[in-house]
Design a protein around this ligand. Structure first.
Ligand code: G16
Length: 548
């Protein structure tokens, strides 16, 4: 493509997707995310960037997902997916931010500069897969992405409404056909098919029962489970609610983020004590389980507990296979409950790595193990298995002793249920159900594995959240001056106290996390640290308060 044809980049921008705001936007924890009305030009430009990225990767397919995931309906966002289904390589985030913020007049020349900088061969073909969530602003933004791809003569393929992890899966399959078929049906075939295979090998025993209630957050995940439900042949009886009808709003008082942060059950269902319930988030990439007891108190089984359940089962299968030489490790963030980290290292004797928030960081760290399990406490995570690990297990499934073969075959099914490209609520749900079934556990047995330290999360609005800098996997705050000293002073008043603050990369807020020996203390500590953030980091609006 000769440089002169870049004129069309400007033409599309000016005529169809002009930049109408000067608000600076940054590629954050999971792409660009803000009010949907500020995003059209950004998404168009990400269409351009995806084409350049595809060419740099020799024409391999790149993904664009239109979603603001756990955020409320008025927000939207865009995430770029790299050829192996992982998040966009970090060194490109800066390029994405630059392209998103230049004026329309400078767009053509900036595009030319970036082509040179990344050495994108414009003669190559380029392929871009585009998916979107259920937000009413998503179709318009998806169209802007398509125009961006067309402007640089790439080939867009639209998947319509899919979960974020489904798009990641399709991108991976398109570039590596040994992983599966790059369609929604291909996803069901592999992941749901493997779950049914496991279930058929595992009789229902002990306290496990096959009825699972699922809160769909009024988003795409629930809709897809409604399709899957019919093909489960009774292996799992899904009772779905918050599917987007009856005026239910996306992520509003429901969904994984609401349940985790507010520590309250979602609206949309009458809770029966001890019922096992799973909550997805808006684009189907996070999963939290919970139950309500006979005193109407909620008990969460969040990303930490999911990671532990999966780690202990995989460890058991590896032992039964005789493949203990495979190194299994777990990756968490600072939000992981202290009790979970202690349980993993002391009881399970599994090594733990702590990294910064954002699945891109966790995924990367997990790849250093033969089997890496990564979960954020908010329910975002998955398992990755190295080629070596898969080969070892395959060999045992073919050549091992009878009992070893049985365990290895179960593990191979388990690997197939896993969406290794990214955290996936649907795939994770089937993994959890497989383990509960294999072990005959009900939700209370699972919750009894260990007890969380009481914790609390709060949000504080400040003038510019970038004044907060952190180090040590976000556990220490380096600016503004004096804030960490104040946090240390507050924490020291509470037995088992721990607290940290960081700027969110998906919402315009500073997040505060605290833990202490009682819920009252954790709440008080969070409120005091939030006050300190408000005072020292330029709080705006109302002073922070605890949720009721
Ligand atoms: C995204 C990221 C997650 C992160 C979450 C919150 O999730 O993919 O890794 O934990 O945002 O990030 P922050 O605290 O920076 O706002 P999702 O489900 O919203 O895409």
């Amino acid at each position: 493509m000769p440089p002169s044809s870049l004129r069309v980049v400007y033409a599309f921008a000016r005529e169809m997707h002009p930049k109408t705001t000067d608000v600076f936007i940054q590629y954050g924890t999971a792409g660009f995310r803000t009010k949907a009305s500020l995003l059209e030009h950004v998404v168009y430009r990400m269409g351009l960037l995806a084409v350049l990225r595809s060419r740099v990767k020799n024409g391999r397919t790149i993904g664009i997902m239109i979603t603001a995931s756990h955020n409320l309906e008025p927000d939207n966002g865009v995430k770029l997916v790299d050829p192996d289904g992982e998040m966009l390589e970090q060194s490109w985030e800066e390029i994405a931010t630059r392209l998103a913020n230049v004026s329309d007049n400078d767009l053509e020349s900036t595009t030319a500069e970036i082509i040179k900088q990344v050495n994108s061969d414009m003669a190559l073909k380029a392929s871009v897969y585009i998916g979107m969530d259920t937000r009413y602003t998503s179709p318009r933004l998806a169209a802007a992405a398509v125009h961006g791809v067309m402007a640089l003569k790439g080939t867009p393929k639209e998947f319509g409404i899919v979960t974020t992890p489904m798009l990641h899966f399709c991108v991976k399959c398109r570039n590596d056909n040994t992983y599966g078929t790059p369609t929604e049906e291909g996803y069901y075939e592999k992941i749901v098919g493997a779950f049914k295979n496991i279930s058929q090998k595992l009789p229902v025993v002990g306290n496990y029962n096959t009825t699972l209630y699922v809160d769909g957050a009024n988003g795409v995940g629930g809709k897809k489970l409604n399709i899957i439900k019919k093909s489960l042949d009774g292996e799992l009886d899904l009772v779905l609610f918050n599917l987007g009808g009856n005026g239910g709003k996306l992520n509003l008082n429901c969904g994984a983020d609401f349940v985790k942060v507010s520590q309250k059950p979602p609206v949309g269902i009458e809770h029966v004590p001890f019922q096992r319930v799973a909550s997805l988030d808006g684009d189907g990439d996070r999963l939290i389980y919970y139950y309500v007891d006979d005193k109407n108190e909620i008990h969460l089984l969040d990303g930490d507990q999911i990671a532990i359940l999966l780690a202990s089962y995989i460890t058991e299968l590896l032992k039964s296979c005789g493949a203990q030489e495979l190194r299994l490790g777990l990756v968490q963030t600072a939000y992981a409950n202290g009790a979970s980290t202690r349980y993993i290292t002391q009881e399970l004797k599994v090594p733990v790595t702590c990294v910064k928030t954002g699945v891109k960081h966790l995924h990367h760290a997990a790849l250093s193990y033969d089997i890496g399990i990564y979960f954020e406490a908010n329910g975002h995570g998955t398992v990755v298995y190295s080629k070596e690990a898969k080969n070892v297990v395959r060999k045992i499934a073919e050549e091992g002793e009878a009992e070893q073969r049985k365990a290895a075959q179960l593990l191979l099914n388990f690997i197939d249920v896993t969406n290794e490209t990214v955290g996936d609520a649907i795939s994770d749900l089937f993994l959890v159900e497989s383990v509960l079934r294999a072990r005959g556990l009900d939700v209370r047995d699972w919750a009894a594995l260990y007890r969380d330290v009481p914790c609390r999360q709060l949000k504080v609005t400040v003038q510019d959240r970038n004044v907060i800098s952190t180090t040590d996997a976000e556990r220490q705050c380096t600016s503004p001056e004096g804030l960490q000293t104040k946090i240390n002073e507050l924490v020291s008043k509470y037995p088992s106290g721990r607290s940290f603050v960081r700027a969110s990369g998906t919402e315009d807020v500073v997040r505060v996390y605290s833990e202490a020996d009682t819920q009252e203390s954790a709440d008080k500590l969070a409120a005091e640290v939030a006050q300190a953030v408000f005072d020292l980091a330029g709080g705006v609006g109302d002073r922070p308060e605890l949720p009721e």
